[in-house]
Structure formats: C-alpha cells, structure tokens
Design a protein. Sequence first.
Length: 583
Amino acid sequence: MMSTIIFISFDCIQAWWYNFQPMRKPIKKIIFSALILLILLIIYPPLSYKKLSNNNPLNNNIVKGVFHVHSNFSDGKGDIEEITGAAEANKLDFVILTDHGEPNLKCAGSTAFYNNVLLIGGSEFSLDCGHLASAGFDIQKYRFPKEPQEAINDMNRYNGFSFISHPFDNKIPWTDWDIKDFTGIEVLSSYSSARRIGILKLIAFPFRYILNHEYSLLSSLDYPLKNLEVWDSFNKKGKYMGIYALDAHAKIPLTKKISLNFPSYRSMFSVLNIYVKTDNSLSTDPSNSANTIIDSIKNGRYFNVIEGIAPANGFDIVYRSSDGRDHETGKIISDINGIIRIDLPFNFPVRVKIIKNGEQFSIKRFDPSSKAEIRINGPGVYRCEIFADKGKFRNLPWIATNPFFIGIEDITTEEKVDIFETQPVFQKTDPFIIENNNSSEGKITYERSVQGEDITILDYVLNGRSGDKDYWVSLAARQDIDLSGYKGIRFESRSSETMRYWLEVRTGSGKSGSWYRHSFLSTPEWGTIVIPFSKLIMISGDKENKNIYIEKIRSIFISLNSSVVNFPETKGRIEIKKFSSYK
C-alpha cells in the first residue's frame, strides 16, 4: 500500500512537471525538490515510527481501560458492539462511556459485559460553565442541574465521580474555577489537543493516519502545561485527581450531516489508557465490577499512560513510610519521613520528574530496568511524571500518576453564607397562584405550623403526555418587588421526595425584561435554601448586560418543569416557608 501511495504521488508530480513548460528549469527544479522534500517530511516519520516495546506482564491487581468515549447514544459514530469490539482488539478490560445528557439515560444504564469488555455507563454533562464527565452515579427522577457546584454536589450525593472535561478547549472551555469537591480534571484530552494543532499538522494528519495511526494521533498531543498547573493549584486547597481522556467520537464532523469516519475507536484506544488498581480481579457481575473500578478512580488508585509510546506493564509507584508500610497514590499520609519508590522494569531509559506543590522537586534519568527511590523533604502534595527517554515523543508525559498527600490535613470545607438581616419578600401570606401547561395540574393550599409559621403547599402532577416539549407547574407570584440592598433569597422547603426545583426571577417588562433561574434541592426533611442573586443564571434577556436589576423584579416562581425531571409523568408535593431576602 505504501509503495502504491508513493508511486501515485510521484506520477502526479511528474505530470504537472511536464505540463508546466514555460517555467525556467532552475525554478522548476527547486519547486520539484521542495515538493519531494515535503512528501518525505509527511510520510517518513509515520513510516519509521514504532512504539517502544514492553513485554512485561500486566500486574495482577491492575485492569486497563479508557475514559471518556461517545457512542451513537449521543454524537459518537459507533454502537456498543463496535466500541467494545475495538476495546477487545486492544486487550482492554473496560470502557467508560460518557454520552451527552443530564444524564443520558441510555448511556448511564448501559453497564454490562460485551465482547469480554466491561462497559461502564456514565454521561458528559453540559453545564453553565463547560462540560463535566461522570460515571457511577445513581439515576434520579430529576435531571442533574446546570449549575456546576450543584451538579458536583449531586454527583457526590449519588456515588458518582466527576471530572472537568477539556478545561482549555478552544470551543467549550471550563469557566467556573470557584468550584470544589469534584473528583478531578482531565489533564490530557486527545480530542481537545487535536483541535489545537497547527495548519501544517492538520494537513498532514489524514495522510499520516493512513500510514500509522498511532504516530498521527501522538503528533496531535502536546505537553499539557496549563492543565497540569490548574490541577496543581487545586491540590493546594483540596484533594483532586488527574486523568487522561480520549473524548472519542470515531468521526470528524464537517457539517451537521457529513462526517469523516476517523480516527476510529480502535486507533484511539491504542493511544491513551488508564491503569486502575483493584484489590481483587473483576467479578462476572457487571455492577459490582463497575463499582470496583469507580471506587478506585474516585480514590486516585490509578495512573495514566500514553499507550501509543509504550505499554506501562510492570510499572508501580508507592510511598513507603518510615514504618515500612506502602501507601498508594490518592492517599492522605501522616508520616513525612518516607520515600517514594518506583518500579521501572522497562528496556529503555526513562526520566522521572517529581512535582511537589506544583513545583519541580526532582528530575533524574534512570537506565533500563531500574528502581527509583526519592526521599521527600517535608509535607506536601507529590506527584510523578515519567518520560520515555528515547524516540520522538520523549517530551510527552508517558506516565502521569495521581498525588500522594503527605503530611496534609484532609481539607473539608463547608460553604457558608453570612446573613445579617432578612425581610419577608411578600407582604401577603398568600402571594402565589398556580400556573401550568394544559396537561399538568397543580393545587395550592396555605397552612400555619404549630410554631405559627405560614406554609405554602403545592401539590402537583407534571404531565407531558400531550406531546408538549415544555410542561410545567409553578407557584407564581406576579407583583412588583424592590429588593435593593439585599444579596439574595432565603427560604425553607421540604418535599414528598428528593427533587430539584427552580427558583425563577423575572425583571423589567416587555423587550427589556430578563429571566433568571437557579435550581435547588428539596428533601423530605425541612432544609434551608440560600440562593445569592449573583448565582442566578440568565436564560433570556439582554445577553450583553447580565446584571440582575433586583429593584425591578416583577415576578418570582417556584417551579418544576420538563428541563428538571427525567420522566414526563411526575407527581408530588413541595412546601415552602420563611420566604425572605437577606443582606
């Protein structure tokens, strides 16, 4: 095939050469030589590239897989059979599927063994500030919220993990850096990296892909300095993991209807892998096996590998404390008098870089088949990058581990809002009316508690059976309200079951009006809800001016609608009391 491509290229150039007679011979020779050189520059590197060999067996306590894959459940090309078949061809143990949705119910419910590969269903959530890739969560009656911190809190509440997707992507970057308590960040994203390559690499990419898909995909990667810096900065205030992500779609969209069907799943699965440590081998029960892998990922018991450079079979890293015990990555360790021990059983040299608190702590070259021991010098967050010190891609982080948190306290912070003064938002005890679409129903009642508190009760039946794309039930207070000088809304709620609802605020009138909202979680126990005006998201209005004019509020809603629930027929009750604004 290679010789055919070269002969066709040469014949095309030769035909152009003889048909272009007016040009002087010296100039023609220069152009002809330049074209030949260009072709050689394109085809020689992929033809000559061969990944480094590693014949070590995979450690018994490690399973190997890929993270962040899309199927035809959303915008990916292939179905489950094609994806798991590609994974089996690459001798992978698992694939974490993350199709778009809130969640994507088909994808989230797809966990099972196919083609001797464990498919773990998850979702990639489109939030107000970017994308969040997740798996392991329990499916609820309501959709996960658009607000990033609320979504992360729900992931934690329902046993899932959450990774910030392609944080510096040039189309869909992450923009809210005030979040906390998520699992980690995609420190290398294959698809996002490919979108940043220069024009020359872009032109050469399809030709090189035909010749050697591993080389072409590796050429689209670069050292992810910005991602790593953000990861390190988060680890100064918490405990966060880093992961290599494919974001594999098995196609390149040209228009809404036309796509190029490459790079394939099989080729992408050979480039970036994660090696997950487990206490036991995977069972035949897909749910139990998925939970085993999810728990290890949440706890940082894995390392990332650019598989296209070489497999990392045999690699291991532990922190050996002064009492002789070995600790895995992701752990908080009190002993600060130990050493980091690294097994490097490879037949090529490597460079080992240790990063402490975001700064280079040490870097050293090791000969083939070595063991490294690095003594630490005090408390800190220590992580490791391994570089294959041979070949073209020696400056890519071949292996990236999660940190050891040595001598670091477990940081758990609870967000608090200082409230100095409140006032009731409404003068009347019955400010609300019911508003709903034709197929939904709502009933409002007012009661007084034994403590003398006024309680507003909404019983609802949300129904989308009529085919309405939008269906809703709302407690609507339509009146002019001036909340100048106040910071937000505070109230207490409880509901017949755990459910998300909207607090909605509309300001102005006519074309100058704007519509804002923020979701909140209500449970069967009374709980306090605090929503700052600064957290309200504009969903319609003057996009150039997102300031909320709290002195010109014309209506407030407590609502449940089709953008919150997962199922079109939902009924229940919510109770509200102490609805006030706060300073």
